[in-house]
Design a protein around this ligand. Structure first.
Ligand code: ADP
Ligand code: MG
Length: 189
């Protein structure tokens, strides 16, 4: 029931003192996985390096340990897979496949632009998962920029609506952990 995590990290590997904008109690509560039973989503917002993927993976690892079928994929790869299936006339099977995961983690929405076709395919998947299974997303773009990310404001809003309706939103505003202890080496920051 484990799948495709870029690394295996847990909440105990996370230094909450370094990122005070995160409510540790909220994350520990999410780790109980009640959100999966309630078919709720989790949306991680924040700039690069603040721990979005780490936290998403930590919850995914916890879910997989409890034998919830879990899958981790970048938004770019997911849309590539859906596009390929569409071109090969097997979109329906592919949508069914991705819809069935109890927990699907879609990483890095907004790092690369998504064309209208990609937005449409992602909408179809999110619509199928809506109120049926849990989805975790990470994104570096605020809601207000999603119209640009998806090249289509209506599709962006439709996707966001369904993600947000039953969700925990975790906005991280802090320094990049990747630059920890190195910031003084950078001249401009
Ligand atoms: P993001 O997805 O927000 O760009 P990541 O979750 O990939 O950032 O974090 C970048 C790296 O720093 C990863 O190796 C992650 O494990 C580590 N990291 C980030 N924040 C913390 C933290 N608060 N405590 C421990 N490690 C962290
Ligand atoms: Mg990341």
């Amino acid at each position: 029931s484990v799948s495709a995590f870029p690394f295996e990290k847990t909440l105990s590997d996370f230094d909450f003192d370094f990122q005070p904008s995160i409510n540790k109690a909220q994350l520990l509560d999410l780790e109980s996985l009640r959100f999966i039973e309630k078919k709720e989503n989790i949306l991680f917002f924040g700039p690069s390096g603040v721990g979005k993927t780490h936290l998403a993976v930590a919850l995914g690892v916890a879910a997989a340990k409890k034998r919830y079928i879990t899958y981790f994929i970048s938004c770019h790869d997911l849309i590539m897979q859906l596009n390929k299936a569409h071109a090969e006339n097997r979109l329906e099977a592919k949508l069914k496949h991705y819809a069935k995961y109890k927990l699907l983690i879609i990483d890095e929405i907004g790092y690369l632009p998504i064309d209208k076709q990609g937005a449409n395919l992602l909408f179809q998947l999110i619509n199928r998962r809506y109120e049926k299974n849990s989805t975790i997303i990470t994104t570096n773009q605020p809601f207000s920029k999603w119209g640009e990310v998806f090249s289509d404001i209506t599709l962006a809003n439709a996707i966001l609506d369904r993600l947000i309706h039953h969700s925990s939103i975790i906005k991280i505003t802090g320094p990049s952990y990747r630059l920890k202890g190195k910031v003084e080496l950078l001249e401009v920051r």
